[in-house]
Design a protein around this ligand. Structure first.
Ligand code: HEC
Length: 112
């Protein structure tokens, strides 16, 4: 279901330039211990977060992401596709990813 070469390149982007691994830590791709973030860490509004006791979001695990490709991503399904998620991070974190790096990253996400 994914391209192995692209996924391999995507892994390097995930751990390096795109800094995804700073929050989504392998092998579960969530954070060990304290994994709650302020909404501004990921450039989203705080409506939902304000309803959780500590006003923050918990980093979602990414393992097996491919198995729930329907219904959208993020806690409220606001992003319909993985390219929407990647573009969101690209803008939010000013990552300057190339189109090719984005596609490789998505192949990697599908592989984990
Ligand atoms: C600052 C910490 C942080 C960084 C950096 C980060 N994420 Fe996330 N990620 C989160 C949090 C928190 C959530 C849960 C957000 C929500 O539920 O609304 C999340 C959710 C996601 C989801 C949705 C999972 C699902 O099941 O809906 C995907 C996909 C994702 N991140 C991919 C990435 C990628 C790819 C990168 C690198 C470009 C990245 N993340 C960088 C914290 C981070």
């Amino acid at each position: 279901m994914y391209n192995k070469d692209a996924a391999g390149r995507g892994e390097i982007v995930f751990n390096g330039k795109a800094k995804c691994a700073s929050c989504h830590v392998p092998p579960l791709f969530t954070e060990p211990g304290w994994n709650a973030h302020k909404p501004s860490d990921i450039c989203i509004d705080d409506f939902q977060a304000n309803r959780s006791p500590d006003k923050s979001y918990v980093t979602q695990g990414l393992k097996g992401l491919w198995s729930h490709m329907k219904g959208g991503f993020y806690h409220d399904g606001r992003f319909a596709t993985l390219i929407d998620v990647v573009n969101h991070y690209n803008d939010c974190k000013k990552l300057s990813l190339t189109e090719e790096e984005k596609l490789d990253l998505i192949e990697y996400l599908k592989s984990i």
